[in-house]
Design a protein. Structure first.
Lengths: 333, 333
């Protein structure tokens, strides 16, 4: 690990799901971001993920002046030094490993460094946050957690149900992540997290990324930057300033069909609307102060106005994610 | 690249297809081998290859004192320095990339560093040596060759037909390989190679690995070590000593069903016997002087008796493969 002081000022977004093109990669640069965790897959199986990786390989060829792949903490340092945006891959579901334990190491080798154990539904591993029942972590799930710990693939419980999440924190021998969610106290939502979860997560060294997806914000698109930074301050008061970051969940340049596919995958013939409200056939509207990646810089001034010191701001906007990724991406020694 | 003099004495087998276990990995060590190109797949598609990679990952975990994966020339140096046998993966067919150009880079990233453009049949890329017609390299094939050149995956034409092979040598911007075959002049076989092929191959810096699979030897299992080393000497006289090595094609610890599957895959409902002879339901018998990997050391004394100098022997038994792999595995600059 590079000395943390040297990495002060590093900026990392702990989750985005965007249909990138050159303009949008340039917007990541304009945001001052050194690294972004991007969603590779929602429902795709192992074979389909190979195609998704190959599409990203084309991005790396065509935009080699703007982006580079990240598999280690050292890669983040290199991205920063060369003025590129490092791209970390993650999946919002365990579908990339099919039902095959050995695929954890194979997918890790391909650069999948985050994996949610569930999306919104019951998976082969655990329960998603939209299920009414939550049986916790399955037999397969325990093996997957141990294997993710071994190879250095980070467990992400952003969309998982409460018991499944608490069990994952407990079973994992390494700190885990909730890359994009807010405290339940800020906004009642199936996706936001209870005090029990946030305490267990942060006590074990895990990371929470605050989300800017409007459905998980206090007043949706009307939520102010001040509301958001107040929530950050409240969370810092409760759980400290070392285990929090940003996971904006910024979704850009996708047609409506994509959010419908995120919700419905291939598991239903009916249209499920999630927390967006029945019949609402559009992406939820973002707060006007966070509509694009480069709005990331506004969070910095918001945190300043909220009274955070610059060393705290550095931690929240990147240094915590950097430290966590650097430690977590290494294979278990 | 490590200075070639420092690598004098490196020993590399340019192809084996063995069902390895601890005892057989120990036999690679006993052979003095620093690196072996092993066959990962014959007919398996992209998804099935992921499972094959995951099986090898278990070998690397369970026998980490004996073997390590090799993706670069530097890895071969490291294997030699740490007293391990480096394992390079290859496929005997282009099935690992399905019909998808982007999978060349994905498979290369997983460590597939050799790929035959065809096995014995017509593939999506070209004709195998058992076909009666040979249309040469297809449209897809030209793109695949360019992409293999770009990422540093080596083209292997061991099982390909004549025109397809000559076109691959010509189209490829980098030297290619025939990892396991002998000159046609030594033994008439669909699998052995003409003077036209061997001239074109070696003139462009490509490598030929002499094969010890009995069907491609002068007198089958009765072929003597002296017959074999005479062929090596004859080839060295014709094409020089810098582009030849060993690709033993040693097949060990497989039931008969495996050679049947190699020949029949899923492309026929009848039993095809290849050059083994109709109705022969067993693996062909090896010469008694080459029945196991550790018999590799006998080739050294055979070459000495044939009159080769020790610097020539070093080249043939490993240094040529090392130089070729080191150069070829690097991405195109």
């Amino acid at each position: 690990m590079a000395e943390l002081e040297k990495m002060a000022g590093v900026r990392i977004d702990g989750l985005q799901y965007t249909n990138y093109n050159r303009e949008l990669f340039e917007d990541l640069k304009a945001a001052g971001l050194d690294c972004v965790h991007v969603t590779l897959a929602y429902w795709e199986d192992a074979r389909q993920c190979l195609t998704l990786f190959s599409k990203w390989n084309r991005h790396f060829v065509e935009h080699s002046d703007l982006i580079m792949p990240v598999k280690t903490g050292a890669d983040i340092v290199k991205a920063r030094e060369t003025g590129k945006v490092g791209i970390v891959f993650g999946a919002q579901n365990c579908s990339p490993i099919d039902a095959e334990l050995g695929l954890v190491e194979v997918m890790n080798g391909l650069g999948l460094k985050f994996m949610q154990l569930t999306y919104n539904n019951q998976s082969l591993i655990g329960a998603g946050c939209f299920e009414t029942e939550d049986p916790g972590i399955s037999r397969f799930g325990k093996n997957v957690i141990a294997e993710m710990n071994r190879v250095g693939m980070v467990i992400d419980m952003s969309h998982s149900a409460e018991r499944t999440t608490l069990e994952a924190i407990d079973i994992s021998s390494r700190p885990i992540s909730i890359t994009h969610a807010n405290p339940l106290s800020f906004k009642k939502s199936l996706r936001n997290k209870s005090k029990a979860v946030l305490s267990a997560l942060t006590e074990r060294g895990g990371m929470l990324g605050f989300v800017l997806y409007p459905l998980f914000l206090k007043d949706g698109a009307e939520t102010s930057l001040e509301d958001f930074t107040e929530m950050v301050a409240d969370t810092a008061d409760r759980y400290g300033v070392d285990n929090i970051g940003i996971g904006s969940d910024l979704c850009r340049n996708w047609p409506y069909e994509v959010v419908e596919w995120m919700r419905n995958g291939s598991w239903t013939f009916e249209t499920v609307y999630g927390e967006g409200g029945a019949g609402v056939r559009e992406w939820p509207k973002q707060p006007e102060w966070f509509e694009k990646a480069s709005d990331f810089i506004k969070i910095e001034s918001g945190l300043k106005r909220q009274g955070f010191h610059s060393t705290e701001i550095d931690k929240i906007l990147g240094l915590n994610w950097y430290r966590f990724m650097d430690e977590s991406f290494a294979p278990q020694s």
